[in-house]
Each structure stands twice: as structure tokens, then as C-alpha cells.
Design a protein around this ligand. Structure first.
Ligand code: NOJ
Length: 529
């Protein structure tokens, strides 16, 4: 029997896997309430199967008051009724495994929900109690303690501290409904070991570690130099190395614990870190031997469209990861950032570029994550104010719209909303009428569709040893173009302003129509020979 834990070349499966990120509220609604769920996901497993992904990462479906789309977890070992039951999860896992698709889930170790029993008990127990010592409670500053303990801002806007009625303050790097845990308290790692084992015992293949760069706090919680935090309008996501809220060295001890637990199970179970850190060298520290298996390389998310920006992003990532012997983990989008087609300019141009970028992403050495809907070439949706649900909208006092635009439910079939996503007419975020043109059903029957492009790319990737081996060499091309060789395969991207003559070779796949023997702008190609 094949060893399902290794890829075709004897490496652990995750080292070259294509993971598909399911944002469960938005993938498919199986119970007709307008919100996606595990039942809907199970019903639509065919889509993942036909797409040809190796694994899925399911964003949180745990019990949650949904103050931050499920990243505010009130019971990490149960399924929220919005998404189904544990039995639904087990059935999904079994079906996915039967199809050879691995299942990875989110672990949210930086914070719990304020409705988690630990936090409820902490509030009830009062200052100085062991219950409070699981979180980060402090006295305020100023004569009457009415000022927050330090000047840290929260990621969603406003201060990172909230005061409770007895006068103490608690830290929340995200929303007030997400109190940060104190990982120096041994009860916290012990609880997360229990949570990991709970899901590993059920059979999950791995975890995506939320805020992997934030769990350790600078001792003494000193003020941060606010001048190093870019204004939110600048939109930068890589923090400055001087932003002491993140990437403290102590965090690596916690990741080593995760790895020890994973390695105590058979089958190459894995963890991928979500670490937004200052640069690729800092990022590589998360995947040193004995730490996490993978960590998202967000360099391509950060790179503006262009051959030079892409090349620099790829070079930095490859260099840093090879220094620690870990594969790169390529990402074009997720539920926190604008969809690639929108970032690259939107409209037909944005979609053409996102298709070309996908052929780059999927031909680079290492693992890749595809965000649900990218395989349809979806763009962000401009939602009306009344529809917005991301806590950023309220916390920023309606100055930032937040991340709902990239979270709109997927269009499956038919000519009008909800496009087969749900049987309910109203979905948790409204779906645009124009998506009639990009449903899975429409794209199935169009050989030029983005869906068919992704399927072909994944099939070729899986059957082309050169794309799964680590060899990589740059090709020198005219300005505006990017190229590299992977063994016998050449990958060319034209992000310039003039068509590029194609070298000799068999065209395996192109992201758009080719113009005779030239590669048009905003197009990428895979060639053999
Ligand atoms: C990162 C998650 O991807 C994001 O959606 C969430 O808001 C924060 N972590 C806080 O958990």
C-alpha cells in the first residue's frame, strides 16, 4: 500500500502539499441558515477532490460567540452549533480521508473568547486569583488606575486593554472579546497540549497556528514606540522589528512543545505558523528543527504586481528557508487580506494577473495554500455599510471596512444569489448578482475558466516530479519578465508592457491565451524543454 504520509519522492506529505483554505462560514451552507457549515463542506468535497488539492485547512468552527469570525473561541474542543456537531466533523474527516484529502484545523493559542469558562471564572474570581493568572490582568496607570497599563494599540483599532468593573485591566491584542492568555503560566501550555491531543486523537493531520508570533509577551509589558507602528491607512502588515508586541524569542519554546506533541503521533502530523514578522530571517526561526513544520511566507501577499517585486519576494523566502532546511509555504491570499485579483488591479486585468500569479505560486518549490474562491478568480466585494461584520469596522469607528470583502460566500450554481451556496435567500454576507458569471457550474463547462486552469495546474504539479523536487534556478529575462527553471520545466511570467517571445519548448499550461509564439502581458506559462 502507498505510504500516504509521504509525497511521491519520499518527503513528508506536507513539504510539497497544496492546501485549500476553507473559510467555513463562506464555503457551503448545508443546513439552510445562510451561513456555511461542516455539513455543506462535506457535501461539496467533490469540488476539492476534482480540484486536486492534497489537504484542507479549515478556519475555526469551534464554539464561539463569533465576535471575530470564530477566532474568539469559547470551547476549542467542540463544534459551534452554527457549523454542526462533533459527529459532523468526524463524518467530514472520514470522507475527506477516504478521498485522500488530509484535514488540518486551526489552533488559536494567543487568546480565548471572553465567554470561555476560564475568562468567566477570571472575572468572577477577582484580582490576584489563580483564575486571573491565566490571562494578562494588570492594575492601570495614573493615580486612580484609570489609564491602561501600557500604550499598546490593538490590531483592530483602539487600545489593547479593557478595564473590568473591579478596576483591573486585561490585555487583548485583538478585540476586547479576545483576552490574551499568559503562556508563562504552566496551565496554559498544558491546556493547549490537551486541545492538540483532542483533535489529533480524532485523526486530524495538522494545525494552522493562529498568531504564532504573538503568544509570548515582552517581560514587564513596557510601552511600545508608537512611531514604529505604521498608520493603518498605510496598510503594511509586516511589523517593525521594534514593535515589541510581536515575535519575542520566548515564543519558540511554545512552538517546540507543539512539535513534540505532533511528533508523538504517527503519520507526519504537522503545524503551519501564521507569523507576521519583520523579515524572512525572523520568519525562518519558526521552522528551525524541532519547531513548526511550515510557516506562511507572506512575501507574495505583500508584493505588488511586477517581475522585480515577485523576484525579490521569492528570493528572500527561498534564501531564508533554505538556511534552516524548511520548505517555503507560498500564499497569495487568505481571509485577512484583499483577494489577489483585487490587489492586482481588479476587473479583467486583476483576474488575468491573479491567474498568472497562481501559475507562479504553484510552480515554486515547497507547499502552497489556495484560499477558497481564488480557484474561481473571485475579487473582493464592495459591501454596503449595513452588511459589515468584521470587528475592525466598529473598532476603527467606521474608518476601516475590514476583511468582509474577501469573505463573501462562494457562488456554486444558478443565475442569482445565493447561487447554490444556501437554500436561504439571505446569506451571512450578501452575494453580488455579477457572480452569476463565475459560478463553479459555469466554470466547469468553460475550458478557459479559472477553475479549469487551477485543476490543470494541480494535476500537472502532482504528476511532474520536477515541480516537487527542490531544484530551482532563475532565468534571466527582459525587464518586466520573470522566469525560472524547475528541472526540465521553465516558468515564465510577463508582468511587463510588451509581449515576450517564447523560447522553444512544449507549452504545458498558460494562464491566458497565447499570441502565436509570444507570451502576452499579464500572462504566465509552464514550458517543458
Ligand atoms: C489571524 C486570523 O487569521 C484573523 O482572522 C484573526 O482576526 C486574528 N488572527 C486573531 O485571531
Amino acid at each position: 500500500m502507498d505510504d500516504v504520509t509521504k509525497n511521491a519522492y519520499g518527503r513528508p506529505w506536507w513539504a510539497t502539499a497544496v492546501f485549500y483554505q476553507v473559510y467555513p462560514r463562506s464555503f457551503a451552507d448545508g443546513n439552510g441558515d445562510g451561513t456555511g457549515d461542516l455539513i455543506g463542506l462535506r457535501q461539496r468535497l467533490d469540488h476539492l477532490d476534482r480540484l486536486g488539492v492534497d489537504a484542507m485547512w479549515i478556519s475555526p468552527f469551534y464554539r464561539s460567540p463569533m465576535a471575530d469570525g470564530g477566532y474568539d473561541v469559547s470551547d476549542p474542543c467542540d463544534v459551534d452549533p452554527l457549523f454542526g456537531t462533533l459527529a459532523d466533523f468526524d463524518a467530514l474527516l472520514a470522507d475527506a480521508h477516504q478521498r485522500g484529502i488530509k484535514v488540518t484545523v486551526d489552533l488559536v493559542p494567543n487568546h480565548f473568547s471572553d465567554q470561555h469558562p476560564w475568562f468567566v471564572a477570571a472575572l468572577a474570581a477577582g484580582p490576584g486569583s489563580p483564575e486571573r493568572a491565566r490571562f494578562i490582568f494588570r492594575a492601570g496607570r495614573g493615580p486612580d488606575g484609570s489609564q491602561p497599563p501600557n500604550n499598546w494599540p490593538s490590531v483592530f483599532g483602539g487600545p489593547a486593554w479593557t478595564r473590568v468593573p473591579d478596576g483591573e485591566w486585561y490585555l487583548h491584542l485583538f478585540a476586547p472579546e479576545q483576552p490574551d492568555l499568559d503562556w508563562t503560566n504552566p496551565e496554559v501550555p498544558a491546556e493547549f497540549e490537551r486541545i492538540l491531543r483532542f483533535w489529533l486523537d480524532r485523526g486530524v493531520d495538522g494545525f494552522r497556528i493562529d498568531v504564532a508570533h504573538g503568544m509570548a509577551k515582552e517581560p514587564g509589558l513596557p510601552d511600545v514606540d508608537l512611531s514604529v507602528i505604521p498608520s493603518r491607512e498605510e496598510g503594511a502588515t509586516m511589523p517593525s522589528p521594534d514593535d515589541i508586541r510581536w515575535d519575542r524569542d520566548q515564543v519558540h519554546e511554545y512552538h517546540r512543545m507543539f512539535r513534540r506533541v505532533l511528533d508523538s503521533y504517527p503519520g507526519d502530523r504537522m503545524a503551519v505558523g501564521e507569523a507576521w514578522v519583520a523579515n524572512s530571517e525572523r520568519l525562518a526561526r519558526y521552522v528551525r528543527p524541532g519547531e513548526l513544520n511550515l510557516t506562511f511566507n507572506f512575501e507574495l501577499v505583500e508584493a505588488n504586481w511586477g517581475a522585480k517585486t515577485f523576484r525579490e519576494a521569492i528570493e528572500r523566502s527561498l534564501r531564508a528557508m533554505s538556511g534552516v532546511g524548511a520548505p517555503c509555504t507560498w500564499v497569495l491570499a487568505n481571509h485577512d487580506v484583499e483577494r489577489a485579483a483585487t490587489r492586482y488591479g481588479g476587473g479583467a486585468v486583476g483576474v488575468a494577473r491573479s491567474r498568472a500569479a497562481a501559475l507562479v505560486q504553484l510552480s515554486l518549490p515547497g507547499a502552497a495554500y489556495v484560499y477558497n474562491g481564488d480557484e474561481l478568480g473571485l475579487t473582493n466585494v464592495e459591501l454596503p455599510d449595513w452588511a459589515l461584520q468584521d470587528p475592525t469596522w466598529e473598532r476603527s469607528r467606521h474608518t476601516e471596512r475590514g476583511r468582509d470583502g474577501e469573505r463573501v460566500p462562494l457562488p456554486w450554481s444558478g443565475d442569482e444569489p445565493p447561487f447554490g451556496f444556501s437554500t436561504a435567500p439571505a446569506t451571512w454576507l450578501p452575494m453580488p448578482a455579477e457572480w452569476a458569471a463565475v459560478t463553479v457550474e459555469k466554470q466547469e463547462s468553460d475550458p478557459g475558466s479559472t477553475l479549469r486552469l487551477y485543476r490543470r495546474a494541480l494535476a500537472l504539479r502532482a504528476s511532474t516530479p520536477d515541480l516537487l523536487e527542490p531544484e530551482f534556478a532563475w532565468l534571466e529575462l527582459p525587464t518586466g519578465c520573470l522566469g525560472y527553471r524547475r528541472g526540465e520545466i521553465s516558468v515564465l511570467l510577463n508582468a511587463g508592457e510588451a509581449p515576450l517571445p517564447l523560447p522553444a519548448g512544449e507549452v504545458l499550461l498558460a494562464s491566458g491565451p497565447l499570441d502565436g509564439q509570444t507570451l502576452p502581458i499579464d500572462t504566465a506559462v509552464w514550458l517543458r524543454g
